[in-house]
Design a protein around this ligand. Sequence first.
Ligand SMILES: [Zn+2]
Length: 329
Amino acid sequence: MPLPKAELHLHIEGTLEPELAFALAERNGVALPYATTGELREAYRFSDLQSFLDLYYALMAVLRTPEDFTALADAYLERAAAQGVRHAEIFFDPQAHTARGVPIGTVVEGLAASLDRAEERYGISTRLIMCFLRDESAESALATLEAAKPYLDRITGVGLDSAEVGHPPAKFREVYEEAARLGLRRVAHAGEEGPAEYVREALDVLGVERIDHGLRCMEDPELVRRLARERIPLTLCPLSNVRLRVIDTLADHPLREMLDAGLLVTVNSDDPAYFGGYAGDNYDAVRDALALDPEQLRVLARHSFEAAFLDDDEPRRARYLSEVEAYTF
Ligand SMILES: [Zn+2]
C-alpha cells in the first residue's frame, strides 16, 4: 500500500495520456497530427517549455463534451488512487477551453460528474480550483470569473498558471480581490521560472494562501524565513522542474534544503502525462535522487494534508493525518 497523500498541484488537462487523446479524437472526429499513440508518445518528449505548451494546447482540441472531461478526470483519479492519493485539489484552465468554443459549464459539469463519484469509486475527496492563464489579459481573467459565477458552488478557489516570466502577479490584483469577495480560496504559481519577488507579490498583492512551485524563494533568505514563519505551503513538482529545465537534474532539487529551512513543502505531479509521473512517482523520484528517509517522506505526506483546503471538513483532515502517522514503510 502506498503512502497516503494529498495532491495539491495538478492540472487536469495535463493528465491527458496518448491513449485517451486518441480515443477522444476518434469519438469527436478531431484529426490529430500523429498517426499512432507511439508517435504521439514520442512528441511528449518535448525539449522545452514552449514545445510542451504547444503540444499541451494542441491536444486540448480533443476535449469537447462534458463526457470527455468526465473521462479525463476518471482516468486521473484511477491512477492517483493507485499511488496513494486520498485527496486531490484539481486545477483546470477555463480560458484554454472557452477560447476554442467550449463553454465553462461544459468543463465544470463534466469534471463535477467525475468528482461526485470520486470518493465512492476511488476513495479520493476532491476540490476544484479554477486557474487564470497569466499570459492572457487581466480583463480576460475577470470575464472568466464572471462566467464562472453560476458554478461557484463547485469551485473552491482560483489559481494562476501558464507562462510566468513577464506576467507578474500584480497584473491580476483586481480579479483576486473579486475572488476574495466571492469567498474563494486563492493560490498562484510563482517563483517557478519567475523571480522570488513574484512570490512576495503573490502573497502581498493577491493574498494567496499557497504558492505553487515557489522554489526560487531559495534565492531570498528573508522570504524563506517569512514563508516558514507564516507556514505558507509550497506545492513543489520535482519531475516537472526537470522536464521544464527549471533545474538540470533531480539531484539539484532544493527540496531537502527547503525542508531543513522549515518550509511547508509538498510534492505533486503538475502535468503528469507530460512530465513522466504521477504523485507517487514524484515521491519515489525525490526519495531516490535526494536520499530521503521514510520519516522525511512522512513529513511530506503530513504537509500535504496540512496544506489542503479541508477547513470545512477538519474531521476528514484528522483522519487522513492519522493514516499518515500509522503508515509503515
Ligand atoms: Zn502547475
